[in-house]
Design a protein around this ligand. Sequence first.
Ligand code: RP5
Length: 161
Amino acid sequence: MAEVGIIMGSQSDLPIMEEAVAILKAFQIEIEVDIVSAHRTPEKMMEYGTKAHSRGIKVIIAGAGGAAHLPGMIASLTPLPVIGVPIKSSNSIDGWDSVLSILQMPGGVPVATVALNGAKNAGILAAQIIGSHHPEIQNRIIEYKKDLQTKVLESSKNIKK
Ligand code: RP5
């Protein structure tokens, strides 16, 4: 059963959102992926946002670009933590529109917003949330962080040669 729901406003967001898919698969977390548009399929968005928690989803990652309303609207409908991924899409001016649309939520309705096109970090954050009550997954995150450290220390050694 999927624990992380990854949704995006358009098929055109998929190349970025694939990075969340890839890292969550690497952490061996069950996911589901779908396209849910706040503006083009509002009824589907309502259905997704109101029912995800009863289907066993624990965290939602929502990506959108331009007038990026999907993460905030989903957050308004669900009791689950929502991670928002601002995407620099074809209708973005420079990406700030997507960032601010997702980041500047009103009090009471948080969206944990990652960097522009930061789907990989969204996946890691979702894994950390799941890992907080799942020791096996938390251990994979500990190993992942050790690996990040090893890579930097190796580059540091090599750059001095
Ligand atoms: C947003 O508009 C989507 O999330 C996407 O980032 C952007 C452009 O969508 P398309 O016109 O490519 O379908 O709603």
